[in-house]
Ligand binder design. Structure first.
Ligand code: AMP
Length: 218
């Protein structure tokens, strides 16, 4: 099964992806995580992507498409498929993805579109904290750690993504509307989209997401 998650920054894509991956035995391919790994390894791609990421702009399509196509080739190995989180983010990327999947005799089974009001996004993103050691995810307001800025698993201090500051978030939201939101119409025309209200609690979103996936899973 191939699942795509669409939604603005702070919509809860990462959280829902983890839940869906566990339930359906899928691998999680997050373009943002892959780029952050490239950056931490100081690769040419990581260096090239850095300026775009820090200012909240999209990394150019050719770089992203090449990176993701490589990952997709081995993504479903030992699993029942994969989830794309944060890719595609432009019509150009979506077309390249469709063409490449078609060539391999595959297709996207469902596009889950998490819809969240703009007014909620900034607080959701700027409050995000994570543990670099165990991957634990927190939010200063919505799921705070037991001790201020400390991982509950005893790993130490939590960190905040460099691009999760208010100014960059606003630019990321603007770019979402300009470049990514047109994908909603693109996938609606293809008939494989499932719109999910992401304004509610994580558990409530999860119920809608699972109902959507169950429908296509047959
Ligand atoms: P994310 O972790 O999904 O919020 O992505 C962090 C940053 O990585 C974005 O603000 C972009 O600069 C870059 N990025 C991630 N995915 C893509 C993509 N599909 N196309 C272009 N840039 C991307």
């Amino acid at each position: 099964m191939i699942v795509v998650f669409l939604g603005p920054p702070g919509a809860g894509k990462g959280t829902q992806c983890k839940l869906v991956c566990d339930k359906y035995n899928l691998s999680h391919l997050s373009s943002g995580d892959i780029l952050r790994r490239e950056r931490s390894e100081n690769t040419d791609l990581g260096k090239e992507a850095q300026g775009y990421m820090d200012s909240g702009k999209l990394v150019p399509d050719d770089l992203i498409v090449a990176m993701m196509m490589k990952e997709i080739q081995t993504a479903g190995e030992g699993k029942d498929g994969f989830i794309l989180d944060g890719f595609p983010r432009t019509i150009g990327q979506a077309k390249e993805l469709d063409a490449s999947l078609e060539k391999a005799g595959n297709k996207i089974d469902i596009v889950l579109n998490l819809q969240v009001d703009d007014g909620k996004l900034e607080e959701r993103v700027t409050g995000r904290r994570s543990c670099a050691k165990c991957g634990g995810a927190y939010h200063t307001v919505f799921s705070p750690p037991k001790q201020d800025n400390q991982c509950d698993a005893g790993c130490g201090e939590l960190t905040q993504r460099a691009d999760d500051n208010a100014e960059t978030v606003r630019s990321r939201i603007e770019n979402y509307h300009a470049q990514t939101a047109p994908l909603v119409d693109y996938y609606t025309d293809k008939g494989n989209i499932c719109n999910v209200d992401g304004n509610v609690t994580i558990d409530e979103v999860k119920v809608s997401v699972i109902a959507g996936v169950d429908k296509v899973q047959g």
